[in-house]
Design a protein around this ligand. Sequence first.
Ligand code: TEU
Ligand code: CA
Length: 557
Amino acid sequence: MRRAWWKEAAVYQIYPRSFCDSNGDGIGDLNGILQKLDYLQELGADVLWLNPVYDSPNVDNGYDIRNYRAILSEFGTMEDFDRLLSEVHRRGMRLVMDLVVNHTSDQHPWFISSRSGRNSPYRDYYIWKDPSPGGGPPNNWGGCFGGPAWSYDAGSGQYYLHLFTPEQPDLNWENPAVREEVYDMMDFWFQKGIDGFRMDVISMISKGGYADGPLRPDGLYGDYTGQCANGPRVHEFLKEMNRRVLSRYDCMTVGENSAVTPELACRYAGFDEGELNMVFHFELVDVDGGETRRWEREHSWKLTDIKRVLTRWQTILDGRAWNTLFWGNHDQPRPVSRFGDDSTEENRVRSAKMLALCLYLMQGTPYIYQGEELGMTNTRFTGIAEINDVQTRNAYWERTERLGVSHEDMMRVVNYISREHARTPMQWTDGANAGFTVGKPWIALNPNYPKINAQRQLGDPDSVYHFYRKLLSVRKKSDTLLYGHYQLLLPDSEEVYTYTRTLGGEQILVVCNFTGKEAAYSLPGGWAGAELLLSNYGNPCSGTALRPFEAFALRHS
Ligand code: TEU
Ligand code: CA
């Protein structure tokens, strides 16, 4: 058991644009976050991760960075940032920034110069290729957010690569000067005192060739994943980054790694590899096809698939690397609507608590996305005009216009899976605009805020909020929960997820009913009379059945 503060911490993810607006312009900002630090500390958040707050034209809400060393003016100033950082530290919490270095904005000075001509000193900062011999883009790759992954520049007669939108050109990591710039910039933020980075699509920085990819399910473009994810030099680059920057600070790092397996995670985040501390994988949020088949009609999941994924990650990483635990983030719909049940108030509250107990008592660092601790739900969209997110908008147009999907079918999928659900403002009170802003919010609120809000839950000891608080404190006080081995029980049940955590002579039993009905269950031998650590019903399981969405943890030594 190797202790580390980032293994024992709980991370709270803040989407600054939608968290709290301090000056009435309808956009959340740094001073808004500052106002809520007591709330976050009370909850038990140890680390705050901020989605990008850098200067950006906001084509992809900050994931298109124009200046890595400046704060977006809508969010405040560098003085505001410095004050926020010192107030976070004063409370004994830590602050982690988003590092977006697979690509920049097309408005970044490097790209403006790069695009100015083949002789620009910055030309090789990006990935430029000649047209294919028959004319047209160098290969068939499609961008992650629709359209081709290449855009033509008439001035120089070449194409540049962008795995996301055309306004997010990919940096050329083969160029050592690019890597130096990145390390320098990271150093700039560490010198300010930040405590780490969440690294955006970091598994994509090394490209392994430019051949056509297999056609995607939509048939429109080729898939670049095989050549761009986990490319040939990615470990070399991360080891270099670690040597040059990360190893010099007491920091935490988490890579966002699409297409990562547990075996690969042991390389990226292996204890002795000298790369990253943890990685996000997408196998859990992909059990309903939500990543690979995001815009397809049907989405459903099975509890046995969830168990299979989590058990593989819990088992393979144990003792070798460290897990991240998350049900959602700013790119995913709300977990309670997706994996729980938001159809009645009773089920919403119970299932939100059950999901938290089930996942956050596993081995790994919990990542709680803002509003999850209130059991915030998906909202309802009736048309694409209500949606800001570039991914959802592009998918809507591509699929309705080019693939003939009907508006109704497309909106049904959007209402299930769009990442816009996660971006409706944080619900603080039952007052105007949920207390998020006194102005006009940049994005519509979920109309359920008069019922679901922080103020109300703070005053209710049975709320989802208080359950999260208790859960995080129970986790932090128990070495068995932090470091114990995981073992799955009842692998074939589609109703009950149950597992143990064991360390030395102590064992903890976790039992969760994933259904809104009673589920047959009896405690394994020896557990009757064990200490109840936590339950979403407030009392131990009775008899031979679990109540709807019942979840509890027992300890015995
Ligand atoms: O997302 C990476 C990524 O792979 C996305 O395609 C993700 O699967 C998708 O958004 C799910 O809806 C990261 C950021 O988290 C995302 O917000 C950015 O838009 C993207 O990178 C580009 O920087
Ligand atoms: Ca504001």
